[in-house]
Each structure stands twice: as structure tokens, then as C-alpha cells.
Design a protein around this ligand. Structure first.
Ligand SMILES: C[S@@+](CC[C@H](N)C(=O)[O-])C[C@H]1O[C@@H](n2cnc3c(N)ncnc32)[C@H](O)[C@@H]1O
Length: 302
């Protein structure tokens, strides 16, 4: 049993119940501010889990206009400027390419999800990686990035925290690599996938095809920015991705798969991302797409 104090309130964690593995329970009548402080304190005391009992969740939602924020030891600068000419991560802060809308969706998920292993596709400057690591505190987290240049502050983070892995110069379409990461680095388990890589239909579908069978029962598979084809910037012959199939086609595929098979428990479609929750049973075969039943008709394609 460990005890510590924050803002005059005293906290302790009890021995975790086997079904909770990590989650101790606060014994206190502390205020909401104390709970927020405890959340930050938790990140300083790795190994001790505290769980808030207030209804506001373990991390406050970010205000819509926030541009910098911290979780525990990690600081973030939001940079969503178009193209790749964004602020590089440095010793002060990781650059993260997510608006508060995206970040708040994950903060909301963190109230109920306790992923032990996470795989992120698309690292850029490492902000997403360190955000997921700090928010969910998994046992292991790995990520792949097409760009060959390692991000130095991320590599420093990885050196300091065991069970963290980054693969630069790696394509999300490399099924063999993704399978190897799950077996060798994530201990054969996969609780949460976040695909924020190419946003192209074929590559995103291929990653899903590789990883969905490996996802744990009730695991979650997030695909960000599925709605790019519907944004004003992406209309017309000269727009980015003009001529490429919309990522929306994968949403169609997922709906058809959900209707045809017992493999998906739920699909939550938000403007920022789609969150697919795997069902608890049965095992998903590698050729699961072939099980879609369409009454012989063509599905819509855009
Ligand atoms: C939107 S950024 C990722 C941002 C990061 N997840 C974050 O939250 O800060 C997309 C990244 O995916 C990478 N990418 C693009 N296509 C890829 C592919 N086929 N495989 C792996 N990474 C890819 C890009 O180089 C880029 O760095």
C-alpha cells in the first residue's frame, strides 16, 4: 500500500483486484482540483495507479483554443498547419498533429479504455505516440513511420521508457513488419490501434486487414481523418488525393463487415475518426472481407 499527498489531500492505492490489474482506487473525499493534481502526480510515480472517482474523468477535456498542454512529464504543442513544414519536436515539447477535438475524443476514451498494448501508424514528430503513452500508460507501445529520419526527442523518450518502440522508414502496408511488431514488441497482444498514417483507402484497408485479426477481444481500432474526401479543400481535380478512392470507402466496407459477420461489436463514427470495437468472439479469420454478404450487389464507391 502506498500513500501520497497532493494539495493537502491524502491518497492511497489498495492492492489491485485481479480483474483490475493496475487500477487502485482513491480513498479520499478530495476536490475535483485535487483529482486533476493526482492525475498528474500519477505520471510522476509510474507503477502506482490511481483512478478518479469524480465524474469528470482522469484528465480534463482541453479547451477548443488550446495550443499547448502537458500530461505529467510530457509537453505538447499542437501544429496542424498544412503540409509537412510543421514545428519539429524539441526538448521542450513534442509537436502533435491533432486538434483539441481529436485529443478530447481520446481523453474521453481514456475514461473507459485501459489498453495494455498500443500500435500507432504514422508518427510524424512523435506527439501522438507520447500523448497516447502519457494518457493511457500502456505496458507497451510501438509505432511505424514512412519517413526515414528518426525524431530525436522521441528516441530519447523511448530510451527512458522500456517497452516503447518506433520504426522509421517503415510502411503501414508492410504486413510482415506489423505482425512482427505485435508478436515481438507488444507481447502478442494488441488492445488499441491508431491509424493516423497515409489516410489512403488501399493502405489503410491493408493495415486493418493485417491487424484486425490480431486485435484482442473488445480491442479498439481507430482510423483518424476518414472524412477527408468531404472537406472543401479536397474537392476538384487539382485537390490533394484527387483521383484516389476516398477513405470513406473503408467506412462502407466496415459497415458491410459489421452487418455480415459477428466480428465487430460496434462502430462509432465521429467526424474526426472512426472507432471500431472488436467483438469478444469468435476468432477473426485472415480472409474476413470475403465473408461480406451483399445480396450479390455492388457496394457504393466514391
Ligand atoms: C498526420 S501525420 C501523423 C501525426 C502523428 N500521429 C501525431 O498525432 O502527431 C501522418 C504521418 O504518417 C506518415 N505516413 C504517410 N504514409 C505512410 C505509410 N504508408 N506508412 C507509414 N507512415 C506513413 C507521414 O509521413 C506522416 O508523418
Amino acid at each position: 500500500m502506498r500513500h501520497f499527498r497532493v494539495s493537502g489531500a491524502e491518497f492511497s492505492n489498495r492492492q489491485p483486484h485481479p480483474s483490475e490489474t493496475y487500477f487502485g482506487r482513491l480513498r479520499t473525499n478530495a476536490s475535483n482540483d485535487d483529482y486533476a493534481a493526482v492525475h498528474l502526480r500519477y505520471h510522476e510515480i509510474r507503477g502506482i495507479w490511481v483512478r478518479e472517482q469524480n465524474k469528470r474523468g482522469i484528465m480534463e477535456l482541453l479547451k477548443p483554443d488550446v495550443s499547448r498542454f502537458s500530461i505529467g512529464e510530457a509537453s505538447f504543442v499542437i501544429d496542424i498547419s498544412p503540409g509537412h513544414n510543421r514545428r519539429p519536436s524539441d526538448d521542450e515539447a513534442f509537436t502533435i498533429v491533432k486538434t483539441p477535438d481529436f485529443l478530447n475524443r481520446y481523453i474521453g476514451l481514456s475514461k473507459t479504455l485501459r489498453p495494455k498494448s498500443i500500435l500507432e501508424l504514422g508518427i510524424f514528430q512523435g506527439g501522438g505516440f507520447v500523448f497516447f503513452d502519457s494518457l493511457f500508460s500502456p505496458e507497451t507501445i510501438a509505432a511505424v513511420e514512412l519517413d526515414r529520419t528518426p525524431v530525436a526527442p522521441l528516441m530519447d523518450w523511448i530510451k527512458k521508457h522500456p517497452g516503447r518502440f518506433a520504426h522509421f522508414g517503415s510502411n503501414q502496408t508492410d504486413s510482415q513488419l506489423l505482425k512482427r511488431i505485435v508478436s515481438d514488441e507488444l507481447g502478442g497482444a494488441l488492445d488499441l490501434v491508431i491509424d493516423d498514417a497515409s489516410h489512403l483507402y488501399e493502405a489503410t484497408r491493408l493495415s486493418f486487414e493485417t491487424l484486425f485479426p490480431l486485435l484482442a477481444p473488445s480491442g479498439h481500432y481507430v482510423i483518424e481523418d476518414w472524412a477527408w474526401a468531404h472537406a472543401p479543400l479536397y474537392q476538384g481535380d487539382k485537390a490533394p488525393f484527387a483521383g484516389r478512392p476516398a477513405l470513406t470507402n473503408l467506412i462502407f466496407d466496415l459497415v458491410l463487415l459489421h452487418g455480415s459477420t459477428p466480428f465487430i461489436a460496434a462502430i462509432n463514427i465521429f467526424k474526426t475518426m472512426v472507432v471500431v470495437q472488436k467483438a469478444t468472439a469468435p476468432a477473426v479469420p485472415n480472409d474476413f472481407w470475403s465473408l461480406i454478404r451483399n445480396r450479390g450487389k455492388e457496394a457504393p464507391r466514391i
